[in-house]
Design a protein around this ligand. Structure first.
Ligand code: PBG
Length: 330
C-alpha cells in the first residue's frame, strides 16, 4: 500500500520536465485525421458558419488545404462530398467524376504520401438525405448494400487509399469487401463507422452538406445512444465481415464505449470527435468562456486515454500546430 507521508504524488508534478517524463498519454499529430468537405468548382473556399475554420472546398483548394495538413505531419484526410444534384438513390455518390473522386485523384497525384480516406454514404447525395434507398417510407437495408459497394469501388478507382462506410446498414462491410475484392482492390482497408449513434452532435455537419433528413430521423439505422453492449455487437460483426479498423462516433459522450472496445478488441480503433463537439468548443471560446487550446488538449487526450488509436477531428491542424510548438502542455 502506498502511504503518506512516504508517498507524495505531488513530487512528480512540480516542474514541466518532471510532468513530461511521467505523462501517461501523449498526443502526436500522427494520430489525427483531418476532415475535408469538397464540392465541384474552382477556387471555392466557403466557410461553414457552424464550423468556424472549416470550409467547403473545390478540388484545387482541397489540394492546397491538404498540403498544409500534410506539412503539419498529419498523415490522413477524410473526404466528404457535396453533389451538384441530389436524387432519390444518391447516384452522384458513385459518379467517377464526383467531387470526392476528382479530389482523391488530384490528391494522389500531388501528395502521394498523404493517406486519403473516403467516407462511403449516400446521405449527402440523396434528395431525402437518408443514408440508403427509401422503399415504402423506410430505408431499405438490403437494397442499399449494392449501391454502397458501388460507391466504394468508384472511390477506390479514383485513388482513395481507404474507405469508411458511415451508413449503418447491416452487412455493409461484407458487401463493400466483396465489391472491392471483385474490382481488384483486395488490399484496400475498410474503416467502418461501427458504433455510430443517432446523435444531435452531427448538427453542424448536416448544415455543412445539407443532409438533415427531409422526413423522419436516422434512429431506424443509427444506434440508440444508450446501448453499450449493442455497440460491442456492432463492432464484433463489422470485424467478422472484414473491417480493418472500427470507429466509435461521436467521441465525447461515448468514452466508455471506446474504452470497452479497446479492452475487448485488438483491431485499430478510431474515434470521431464530431462537428457538434467542435462547434461547442468554438462557440464557447469565441465568447471568451473557455481557453480553447487547453480544452482541445483535454478533449483529444481524453479520447486517446480512453483507448482510441486515431481521431477524426476538425481541430487537427490547430492541435498539430500546438503540439509542434510544445504549447499544449507548457
Ligand atoms: C454520414 C455522416 C455523418 C457524419 C459523418 N458521416 C452525418 C450523419 O450521420 O448524419 C457526421 C460527422 C460530424 O458530425 O462531424 N455520411
Amino acid at each position: 500500500m502506498e502511504s503518506f507521508p512516504k508517498t507524495r504524488l505531488r513530487r512528480w508534478r512540480r516542474t514541466p520536465a518532471s510532468r513530461a517524463l511521467v505523462r501517461e498519454t501523449r498526443l502526436s499529430a500522427d494520430r489525427f485525421v483531418a476532415p475535408l468537405f469538397v464540392k465541384h468548382g474552382n477556387r471555392l473556399r466557403e466557410e461553414i458558419s457552424s464550423l468556424p475554420g472549416v470550409f467547403r472546398l473545390s478540388p484545387d483548394e482541397a489540394v492546397a488545404e491538404a498540403r498544409a495538413i500534410a506539412e503539419l505531419s498529419i498523415p490522413a484526410v477524410i473526404l466528404f462530398g457535396l453533389p451538384d444534384k441530389k436524387d432519390e438513390t444518391g447516384s452522384e455518390a458513385w459518379d467517377d467524376r464526383g467531387a470526392v473522386q476528382e479530389t482523391a485523384h488530384r490528391l494522389k497525384k500531388e501528395l502521394p504520401d498523404l493517406l486519403v480516406i473516403a467516407d462511403v454514404c449516400l446521405d449527402e447525395y440523396t434528395s431525402h438525405s437518408h443514408c440508403g434507398v427509401v422503399i415504402n417510407g423506410e430505408v431499405d437495408n438490403d437494397a442499399t448494400l449494392p449501391l454502397l459497394a458501388k460507391v466504394a469501388v468508384s472511390l477506390a478507382r479514383a485513388g482513395a487509399d481507404v474507405v469508411a462506410p458511415s451508413d449503418m446498414m447491416d452487412g455493409r462491410v461484407g458487401a463493400i469487401r466483396s465489391g472491392l475484392d471483385a474490382a481488384g482492390f483486395p488490399t484496400l482497408p475498410i474503416v467502418s463507422y461501427a458504433a455510430k449513434s443517432a446523435s444531435a452532435f452531427y448538427g453542424p455537419f448536416r448544415e455543412a452538406v445539407d443532409s438533415a433528413p427531409k422526413f423522419g430521423d436516422r434512429r431506424g439505422y443509427q444506434m440508440d445512444p444508450a446501448n453499450r453492449r449493442e455497440a460491442m455487437r456492432e463492432i464484433a460483426l463489422d470485424l467478422e465481415e472484414g473491417a480493418d479498423a472500427v470507429m466509435v462516433k461521436p467521441a465525447l459522450a461515448y468514452l466508455d464505449v471506446i474504452r470497452e472496445a479497446r479492452e475487448r478488441f485488438d483491431a485499430p480503433i478510431a474515434a470521431y470527435n464530431v462537428s457538434g463537439e467542435y462547434a461547442m468548443v468554438k462557440a464557447a471560446a469565441a465568447n471568451g468562456w473557455v481557453d480553447e487550446k487547453r480544452i482541445v488538449y483535454e478533449i483529444l487526450t481524453g479520447i486517446v486515454r480512453a483507448g482510441a488509436d486515431f481521431i477524426l477531428t476538425y481541430h487537427a491542424k490547430d492541435a498539430a500546430r500546438w503540439i509542434r510548438e510544445g504549447s499544449f502542455t507548457a
